[in-house]
Every structure is written in structure tokens, then in C-alpha cells.
Design a protein around this ligand. Structure first.
Ligand SMILES: Cc1cc2nc3c(=O)[nH]c(=O)nc-3n(C[C@H](O)[C@H](O)[C@H](O)COP(=O)(O)OP(=O)(O)OC[C@H]3O[C@@H](n4cnc5c(N)ncnc54)[C@H](O)[C@@H]3O)c2cc1C
Length: 348
């Protein structure tokens, strides 16, 4: 029997976790390792918890999954939705999305345990060895294998590598992967990938606060797109999940122009400005028991990698593939397609 290949996936976000899961179900004989620089999985499918009450959580990046029924004949895609729905990882979005531009045929889903639970589900199913707080610093091709070095100084050699980080972060990697003459065109195309930037503010309200001002938390919308220069989107996370929690969580996303303009501003200053604006938009909103601000430097892809490719092969031997939303576009179905095409290519 052929020896299983050692395969590293960098990124435990949606693309990385889906790719690990799809590969583990394929004919590929590989031991899969996943590295992520963060403390947990999810990437931009991330969920934050209140410091004071773990039952209060809020999705800071992706908000809901939109299933486009017109293109739903794909078997893998149907199976993935079925698996997530059967395991109650996904449930239908509850309530109204005010100002939504989605088609009436689109179905929206949320994750009752938070969006990161989707990635956790796929990682668990893949049986990959997942290493958090491991930040890839350099990639070098050497004698048909790939040497990956982490910021911590750890070095490991793999037979193949799948990179799922956003292109601007991929371009920061050291080593000979990006510096070879063969990579010139790929590096130039990676440099053309552009992301938007925005801030996410999560506000947590404990049971006493909700109890003392019930009217404030009785919203007609679960989520709403705002016609405001700074605040683009708001969501009552417990409402969109239909959760019967005594507390409440409000998510606020800023507009992209604000995100870009304030990209390097002190975060406390940005938080202060946003709290003031939310207060003006929702007079009477009590003070939250906990709040958290996240800067999304790489939020959603504006200019994808040129061409209609969901991945690019950076080296044939050893195999190094870059994929993720830089190639496919920023949403669940695009990342699923990227993971599907990447794993099919590797399994060929
Ligand atoms: C504010 C916001 C709202 C959004 N709303 C929606 C929505 O409602 N619906 C939807 O479908 N999509 C939405 N998206 C888009 C969606 O979140 C992304 O397209 C998707 O999560 C991208 O997944 P990914 O795995 O390709 O990348 P990522 O999630 O970015 O995963 C890459 C991973 O790589 C890790 N990483 C980076 N560099 C290194 C390194 N050097 N070493 C090790 N690890 C590294 C990161 O920590 C990260 O976990 C939203 C995104 C944002 C930011």
C-alpha cells in the first residue's frame, strides 16, 4: 500500500475546514494537518463571546448563509447543506432582514451556536490534526517537498500544501515559494486581488439590562441594512437565530468607506465613535454589559484573482495550491466551490 502523503492546509476558516473535510471523504490517501494563526477556528466565520456570560455570543464576520436555489443542482453542495441541517449546525434565518437586496428565491440560514461552529463541524469530520496559534511565516520548496516554518520557529516538511489565507496575507510569506521565476505571473495576479475593509462592533446585553428595558429589545427586524454613511448593517443575533435567551447581542458592521478611512485609527477611538452613532440611531438603547470591536482589514473580496479559477497551482511537485475567497468570491457558496474544486483537483 502506498504511504499516505503528509498534507498541510493553512487556514482553519471556511475554505480550509471544508477542504479538509472534502479531502478526508475522497480517495486521497493523506494525513491532513491544519495550521491557523488564531486561537480557534472560523477565520471570517468567527463568533465572539461575552466576557461575563458565555451564553451571549455574536457573529462578528459572516452573518448568514444564502442558498441560491437557482444553482442548487450540485450534489456536493446539496449534501453539505443537508449534513449541516441534519446536524442542526444550520437553521433557517428567523425574522425580517430590512433593506435586503436578496432575491425572494434565496434561502438564508444561521448557525445557532455561531458561525464558527460550521468550521468546527467540518474540522471534526476531517479528523485532521489542527494546530492553532501556529502562524505560517515561510514556505520553501526543496527536493520535491515543502518546508513550512511557523513564526514560533517550528519547521515541518510536507508532501503538499494548501494555502487558504487572503491573497494580501499570502504575499507576506517568506521563503522561495513566491520568489522563483516561475511564480512571477502568479505573484502579479495575487497582487491584483483587493479586499474591502470594515469594522464590526459586538454589543452584549445581560438578562437584567434586557429585563429593565424590554421595549428596546423587541425589534421588528432581526437584521437590517442601513442607509447611513458609517453604519451599514445591524443584527440582533438572538433574534436571527430565534433563540430564547434572557440576554441579547447586537452586531454592527460599518460601511466600507468608513472602514478604509479609519483603517489605522486607534481602535478605542473608533469604538467610541461607533458607540455614539449607535446611540443616535437607537435612542434609549441601554449601555451594554460588554462590547468588542474587530477591525476587518481583509473583509470581502472586491477584485478577485483574474480569471474564473477557484484555485491556483503554485507548484506541481511538490503540490502547492492557493485557494479561498481571493479566487472564488466572498460568501459560503463561493468558498464551498473553491474547496470542492481544490479537493477534486488534488484527488485526480
Ligand atoms: C464583515 C464580514 C461580513 C461577511 N458576511 C458574510 C455573510 O453574511 N455571508 C457569507 O456567506 N459570507 C460573508 N462574509 C464573507 C465570508 O466570511 C468569507 O468569504 C469567508 O469566511 C472566507 O473564508 P476563507 O476560509 O476563504 O478565509 P478566512 O476566513 O480569512 O480564513 C483564512 C484563515 O487563515 C488564517 N491565517 C491567515 N494568515 C495565516 C498564517 N500566516 N498562518 C496561519 N494561519 C493564517 C486566518 O486566521 C484565517 O482563519 C463576510 C465577511 C466579513 C469580513
Amino acid at each position: 500500500m502506498a504511504k499516505a502523503k503528509e498534507l498541510l492546509i493553512v487556514g482553519a476558516g471556511l475554505t480550509g475546514s471544508l477542504t479538509a473535510s472534502l479531502l478526508s471523504r475522497s480517495s486521497v490517501q493523506a494525513n491532513i494537518t491544519v495550521w491557523d494563526k488564531a486561537r480557534g477556528c472560523g477565520g471570517r466565520f468567527t463568533t465572539s463571546y461575552s466576557d461575563n456570560d458565555r451564553s451571549l455570543h455574536v457573529d462578528m464576520g459572516a452573518q448568514y448563509l444564502t442558498r441560491c436555489l437557482e444553482t442548487s443542482e450540485n450534489k456536493v453542495k446539496n449534501d453539505v447543506y443537508k449534513e449541516l441541517l441534519d446536524a442542526s449546525i444550520l437553521t433557517p434565518f428567523q425574522g425580517m432582514i430590512e433593506g435586503s437586496k436578496h432575491s425572494h428565491n434565496d434561502k438564508h440560514y444561521v448557525a445557532p451556536k455561531g458561525m464558527s461552529s460550521i468550521c468546527r463541524h467540518f474540522l471534526d469530520h476531517s479528523k485532521a490534526s489542527v494546530q492553532f496559534k501556529r502562524c505560517l511565516k515561510s514556505v520553501s520548496i526543496n527536493g520535491g517537498r515543502v518546508l513550512c516554518a511557523a513564526e514560533s520557529g517550528i519547521e515541518e516538511i510536507f508532501d503538499g500544501l494548501i494555502l487558504t489565507l487572503p491573497a494580501p496575507q499570502l504575499l507576506q510569506l517568506q521563503g522561495n515559494l513566491l520568489s522563483s521565476r516561475a511564480a512571477t505571473d502568479i505573484v502579479s495576479n495575487l497582487s491584483s486581488v483587493k479586499y474591502s475593509s470594515r469594522y464590526a462592533l459586538g454589543l452584549f446585553y445581560n438578562a437584567e439590562t434586557v429585563h429593565s428595558s424590554p421595549g428596546m429589545f423587541d425589534s421588528p427586524w432581526s437584521a437590517k441594512y442601513c442607509d447611513h454613511p458609517v453604519i451599514r448593517y445591524m443584527s440582533w443575533d438572538q433574534l436571527k437565530r430565534g433563540a430564547e435567551t434572557p440576554g441579547a447581542t447586537l452586531l454592527v458592521h460599518t460601511s466600507v468607506p468608513f472602514g478604509i478611512k479609519q483603517l489605522n485609527t486607534d481602535k478605542d477611538q473608533v469604538k467610541g465613535q461607533l458607540l455614539e452613532m449607535v446611540g443616535e440611531m437607537m435612542p434609549g438603547l441601554p449601555q451594554s454589559s460588554h462590547s468588542y470591536l474587530l477591525r476587518w482589514r481583509y473583509s470581502q473580496v472586491q477584485d478577485k484573482f483574474p480569471g474564473l479559477h477557484d484555485f491556483v497551482v503554485m507548484s506541481q511537485d511538490p503540490l502547492v495550491v492557493a485557494t479561498g475567497d481571493s479566487f472564488s468570491g466572498s460568501n459560503f457558496e463561493n468558498c464551498l466551490r473553491a474547496a470542492m474544486h481544490t479537493s477534486e483537483f488534488i484527488a485526480q
